[in-house]
Design a protein around this ligand. Sequence first.
Ligand code: PLP
Length: 669
Amino acid sequence: MRTWGVSDSLKMYNIENWGDQYFSINPAGNLTVHPKRGEGMGIDMMSVIEEIRAQGLGFPVLIRFQDIIRHRVVALNEAYKKTISELNYKGRYQGVYPIKVNQMREVVEEIIDAGRPYNYGLEAGSKAELAAVIAMNLPPDALVICNGYKDYSVLKTALMGLKLGKKVIVVVEKLSELYQVIAISRELSVIPLIGIRTKLYTKGSGRWENSGGEFAKFGLTTSELLHAINVLKQEGLQDSFKLLHFHIGSQISHIKTVKEAVKEGARIYAKLRQMGLNVEFLDVGGGLGVDYDGSRTSFESCSINYSMPEYVDAVVYSIQEICQSEEVQEPNIVSESGRAIVAHHSVLVVNSFGSIETGVAPANLEETADEDDVVKEMRYLSQNLSMKNLLEHFHDALQRKEEALSMFKLGFLSLSDKAKVENLFWQICRIVHKNSAGLKYVPDDVLDLSKYLADMYLCNFSLFQSVPDHWAIQHLFPIIPLHRHDEEPIRQATLVDITCDSDGKVNKFIDLRDIRETLPLHPLKQNEPYYMGFFMMGAYQDIMGDLHNLFGRVNEVHVFLDETEPGGYYIEEVIKGNNVAGVLSWIQYSATDLEKRIKEQIDGKVREGVIKPKEGVELQNFYEQQVLYGYTYMDINPEKYQRLIASVGVSAGQNSDFSSGQPNPGMLN
Ligand code: PLP
């Protein structure tokens, strides 16, 4: 029999497609990261994990590959440079990074640094974002685009930036902002740089399509745009109108939509130029997508049917075509790509600490004299299964299970008989599932068995904190084991997190042709951690997580390439996630007060003689040091767990933590 190899894993998890040469597997079966896309031997994720463990840092951990950010910034800018030169386009490209997609200072600074040769700038969409952006050390010619609804202080900050020598363009999202910009610029004696966001008829596609279209929340209608121009003319500020802006939504899945939107925007630009306005920039907004499932299709919002160079070609070519037909000067092109710049750079590493297998429990199935007929019938169905009666016995078993449940509710079935019925039922299901491929016709209820029989792998993370888009909008991200790829993943599983919420689970996974309901995984081994990576987490996820169940931010490490180091990399920075005291303080609990309250209670019990003074001190120390100032996530230590279990004196068998994989039920003749 052919043995499983790394190439089988690459294919099964479709890594070559979604990995886009940033991710691969090495001969040892470990996931590798190639921050320079395809170049070099790659950073072994397990080696990074070993180093994280050696530093005593708990999991989950978010690993940022800073060099990937740099690579994406350079790739986008170089793509524009190449197309502009090939098409002999007369304008230049001057992109900005919208910091709302990931505002982490280290991320933003990496982007500024990598973008410096290209005068790459930043976009802010709120007061806090602008406060950060305006203080950054950008090249003098880089643009700062100020989007979003603005109050007095936002507008004054933007104009203050202009006074400080930065090229801040205030994008008017609604008419009233225009009057305020004019008034505040007079107050500060500064000539504003104004952009106007226009509503396009073209809508994006997929989940973010409502950002565009005529009913979009932002932007001026055509008549408002014309009115704004009149106001600017009256105020002698028509030359301040520097930029025309549109944004039809994030993750545009179809290249046709990109072309349509850009042509519509370019047409408006051309008409403005023909009206004598010296609009210099056309800002095409965000929308450049990421191929999360690697299918290169316009499937939902998980994929895109174009590459980054194809997107850039479509933008430049469409603008040029319209400008040539309208005989106007080609504008400088601005884009606000966020997702495409930062999505790839971060990987959330979670450890699994056990699995739940449906219907496998340590119940005694042995026949007893007093057992109910319904148990006997279920046993008969199980013991006499054959290919000929597979469906018949399966449907009979379903009926017996229903009967047993009704009997139990009415008080006619004992707990031990109920347990036997359930276990026998799931035994039958496993055999039916395993043999269903041999059936001529497979009914839906048998097809559904793969879903019900899947294991649930318990994973140390909070979906709500770290992967909010999966929970909120069913966005799919590539999720795969980080090691053991030289071994066949023989279990089918869904993932559950550690929050006390049944929504905290992942039961939809990327697939080349469809959406998978289970993920192939390796059986858990005793005393061995099992690590999985959630990939392409860098856009939006880092910053949208909520405090559900008070788990808080995860630990973070920043990895940089360095060929002179043995593993080809070094860890530059470790940013500790939240501790319990930290998350509690956000909701008005003071750690000192909690410590005091616990101390009072312990002291009371010591006085009553329930607790000895020494034990009281130990408990107080434990509460303060390990609970309040410990990591909010689970401290998973397989060895410690096995020692604890051993002290109970039972065998930690199936369905216990750190194990999975009961023997498979046999094939029928
Ligand atoms: N610009 C604006 C105005 C946005 O609203 C957004 C996000 O939706 C972006 C840029 C970033 O879009 P993306 O992440 O698709 O590049």
